[in-house]
Ligand binder design. Structure first.
Ligand code: ZN
Length: 336
């Protein structure tokens, strides 16, 4: 899922998003709640109409952003008190309010409200927090009105502790959700620890329902996740990196501002079939980037999203053909 934090995937027209193969995008509850406000979005007909996107939208619960506020927030059993990063105004986010905001936005997939546990944290803290998130998940489910046909996903917590992940997964399965996410990953634990958590947590979740790893990741993380049974990801990496001139290719990452691309008349990625690689050379993209042209962000984002979404498409095709491990081997061989 490309990330459209403020109701736009930065630099991309909705029709261009469809062209690069986006089936669903993610929007951020916290940001849209503060500005322009969920009531305004509801009044105008929901986020699909507001941003002119008619494919599915998944909204996060707002928890991740609120917990990132550090000293500006205080957690209680009832919910989280926080101050806006925009104007310092005071707010109180509860599971019920989070679901109400997500429903006002008109999300197709809503996420249960949870605490994103900092890393590292003590086992006692992780245990208490995960139990509270399970109670919040129950309240999220009760607040969710299913009449609009939307889905609600639960989020497995438990930090980097196998027994706590197991308990969190069991708690959520007992409540029952339409899909299950792994939260609290990509928080500085390193790829190997993240893969270990996937290894012991994913088999606990139903394989006939979507399994979603939140906030991940690099192309390698996606390949490793899919190999372990992950169906969905979201990450700002392709879009944010694009705006910083960092481009993903079949052969690894490139920094387009480097002098070595001054006279390079080849495409970003010779194996990429996107609009940018079909029409523009590295020398031009380097020039645009160094000149701070708006088009640099537009073209770089287009390519990076095409790269990511094409990677997912290639993995789907390989799985259907029963040759995922060949695909994985080829993926790494080309990156060396
Ligand atoms: Zn391309």
């Amino acid at each position: 899922m490309p990330v459209g934090t403020l109701g736009t995937v930065k630099g991309m027209l909705p029709e261009t998003l469809e062209q690069v193969g986006a089936q669903i995008i993610l929007a951020n509850t916290y940001h849209l709640y503060l500005r322009p406000g969920h009531d305004l979005v509801r009044e105008i007909g929901g986020l699909h109409r507001f941003m002119n996107w008619d494919r599915p939208i998944l909204t996060d619960s707002g928890g991740f952003q609120v917990f990132s506020l550090g000293d500006l927030r205080k957690i209680t059993e009832e919910g989280v008190h926080f101050q806006s990063h925009l104007d310092g105004s005071r707010h109180f986010l509860t599971p019920e309010l989070s679901i109400d905001i997500q429903q006002a936005l008109g999300a197709d997939i809503l996420m249960a409200f949870d605490e994103c546990i900092p890393y590292p944290s003590s086992k006692a803290y992780v245990a208490d927090s995960s139990d509270m998130s399970a109670r919040w998940a129950q309240r999220s489910k009760q607040a969710h009105d299913r009449e609009d046909g939307s889905a609600l996903f639960g989020i497995v917590q438990g930090g980097m502790f196998p027994d706590l992940r197991e308990k969190s997964a069991a708690d959520l399965l007992e409540i029952g959700f339409d899909g299950y996410a792994l939260g609290g990953l990509s928080v500085g634990e390193g790829a190997e620890v993240m893969y270990e958590v996937m290894d012991y947590t994913l088999p606990l979740l139903p394989d006939d329902q979507p399994r979603y790893v939140m906030g991940v990741g690099t192309p390698e993380n996606l390949v490793e996740g899919v190999g372990r049974g992950v169906d969905m990801f979201d990450c700002v990496m392709p879009t944010r990196n694009a705006r910083n001139g960092l481009l993903f290719t079949t052969f690894g990452k490139i920094g387009i501002k480097q002098a070595r691309y001054l006279r390079d008349d080849g495409p970003i990625d010779p194996e990429c079939s996107c609009y940018v690689c079909s029409n523009y050379c590295r020398a031009y993209l380097r020039h645009l980037y160094r000149s701070n042209e708006v088009l640099a962000s537009v073209l770089n984002t287009h390519h990076n999203l095409h790269y990511y979404l094409n990677l997912m498409q290639e993995m789907r095709t390989a799985i259907e053909a029963g040759r995922f491990s060949d695909f994985r081997g080829e993926f790494y061989r080309k990156r060396q």
